[in-house]
Ligand binder design. Structure first.
Ligand SMILES: *[C@@H]1O[C@H](CO)[C@@H](O)[C@H](O)[C@H]1NC(C)=O
Ligand SMILES: *[C@@H]1O[C@H](CO)[C@@H](O)[C@H](O)[C@H]1NC(C)=O
Ligand SMILES: *[C@@H]1O[C@H](CO)[C@@H](O)[C@H](O)[C@H]1NC(C)=O
Ligand SMILES: *[C@@H]1O[C@H](CO)[C@@H](O)[C@H](O)[C@H]1NC(C)=O
Ligand SMILES: *[C@@H]1O[C@H](CO)[C@@H](O)[C@H](O)[C@H]1NC(C)=O
Ligand SMILES: *[C@@H]1O[C@H](CO)[C@@H](O)[C@H](O)[C@H]1NC(C)=O
Length: 296
């Protein structure tokens, strides 16, 4: 078995209380054991104790990071605190993707946080890509202000379902029912990424509200990254097996628990802002997976 049951909690060693250049560097090097930085290093910073990481967007550039490792199936979680105040036009993306770029055949699982003007609610958008095709957007309002505190955003991914969680509440369930279009990513290992970027052509009120750079830098913060997943080692057929050796592949992870079903139903009733499966203007014939019962 070449696959490794991989569990890391990047709960970093508490550094001494006074900040010095060398400590800041060592925090960065702990970060870099698990992640690669994309973009301008001046837009990345860590808290003095190394436990909180921040990405900044200015009119000059954004910034992002990605895991060094790829995973196929598992549980992925991180706590984010989003850009506060007037963040219209700014998108914080937090996603898993099989490719380092926007590859034509990539698989992807996305969270995107769409900023808003002060006092107006953030929207969280999720999406699923298979072999370069997406278009599976859902948008939800949250039941809290995601700019005030850290909240956890997690993905459970196995061959039966992909569940997007916010603070342990399942907000979206994407089932694999092996429909003929086979639109379920289950063959390509993925990296985990985050980035912050300007998307004012579409993000806020459909692009009506533009980024106001007088509020820059826009900063999103991260902590508590943890993964319990099958780490991919080429060619790693073990990650593909469905031997149910791992908790995230076992029966209890194939559907929601009774408590999770209640939470999920509450979210569906109260917080859905957009669902591609209801958008018959865009899809006169809805994609086949739309007929799967997500409560089953
Ligand atoms: C970004 O803003 C700074 C300060 O306001 C300004 O000097 C600079 O020219 C701007 N850069 C771009 C690319 O707009
Ligand atoms: C994936 O997409 C490419 C084109 O982008 C296509 O040639 C290929 O057949 C697709 N593969 C599958 C398995 O659908
Ligand atoms: C879909 O196929 C996978 C792999 O063969 C299997 O484990 C799973 O039970 C199937 N799902 C359904 C809903 O039939
Ligand atoms: C921003 O706030 C407006 C007004 O409340 C709302 O209609 C919109 O959905 C919010 N979010 C985005 C991303 O535009
Ligand atoms: C940007 O924000 C500043 C400060 O609140 C405000 O004076 C300015 O009018 C805003 N610009 C636009 C284009 O709304
Ligand atoms: C899961 O198991 C079934 C039956 O043993 C097998 O046909 C299928 O290929 C397996 N799926 C994967 C993804 O390995």
């Amino acid at each position: 078995m070449s696959s490794i049951l991989f569990s890391i909690a990047v709960l970093l060693v508490a550094a001494a209380s006074c900040l010095s250049v060398s400590q800041a560097q060592s925090s960065d090097s702990i970060f870099l054991e698990n992640f690669n930085l994309n973009g301008d290093p001046n837009h990345f910073s860590t808290s003095p104790n190394g436990q909180i990481w921040s990405l900044a967007l200015t009119n000059e550039s954004g910034c992002g990071f990605q895991t060094n490792q790829r995973y196929l199936f598992g549980w992925f979680t991180m706590k984010l605190k989003l850009v506060g105040g007037n963040s219209a036009g700014v998108v914080t993306a937090y996603y898993m993707c099989s490719d380092l770029g926007a590859g034509a055949m990539r698989d992807e699982l996305d969270y995107e946080f769409l900023g808003n003007v002060t006092g107006q609610p953030y929207i969280i958008q999720t999406n699923v890509y298979k072999n370069g095709t997406g278009g599976r957007e859902m948008r939800h309002f949250l039941w809290f202000d995601p700019t005030l505190d850290f909240h956890s955003y997690s993905v459970l991914w196995n061959n039966h379902q992909i569940v997007f969680f916010v603070d342990e509440v399942p907000i979206r369930v994407y089932k694999n029912a092996n429909y003929t279009n086979n639109f379920f990513p289950n063959t390509k290992p993925m990296y985990l990424f985050s980035s912050i970027w300007n998307a004012d052509s579409w993000a806020t009120r459909g692009g009506l509200v533009h980024t106001n750079w007088s509020y820059a830098p826009f900063v999103s913060s991260y902590t508590g990254f943890s993964v319990s997943a099958c780490q991919w080692v080429d060619p790693s057929p073990a990650c593909l097996s469905n031997t149910t050796s791992y908790w995230w592949d076992q029966y209890n992870a194939w559907q929601l628990s009774a408590k999770q079903l209640l939470d999920y139903a509450w979210v569906q009733r109260n917080l859905v802002n957009y669902d591609y499966c209801q958008d018959t203007k865009r899809y006169p014939m809805l994609p086949e997976e739309c007929s799967i019962d997500s409560y089953s």
